[in-house]
Design a protein. Sequence first.
Length: 171
Amino acid sequence: MASISIDRLIRYFIYATIINAFAAVAFTAPIIIPEFAFPLKLEVWPGTWMFISYFVFLIVGVLGTLAWAVLFDLLRRTTGVQSCDRFLATASLILTELAVYVEVTFMFTAGYIGGTYAFASGVGSSLITYIIGPLVIPIGVSIFIYLIGTLLGLMNVVLMFGQKGGPAAAA
């Protein structure tokens, strides 16, 4: 089994957290551009999806990667284990990050397009549903991919408990 040091893995998750925090700021910036009319579109369905997708990104993308870093640091400190499975660690990080960005992108797009049509007069909810319908499947697929990435990360955590630790485990 190829392994990766826990210190390096923690660093990767912290890098992801920082990148995601910058991305969250970048996602917020267009709200101040009046031509996009974000505040108006956020008030109607499915424009509210933009609001939900932003908070999903903050919770899962920013705080989620930080939580993984903290979890691995706590495991290293309490068990004394200094490395874990490289495949499970990298697959977990890549799949969860990819899935978060895909889900948020499609959900935001559906909210923006749907909110634009909902804000326009005379466009009914059935037509809006027809227009944004194709965006829903990639959202579901990305959630499924995120779950797979999370399960791989949890498998890695469980395998870490089976390893012999260093001095911290003997204490």
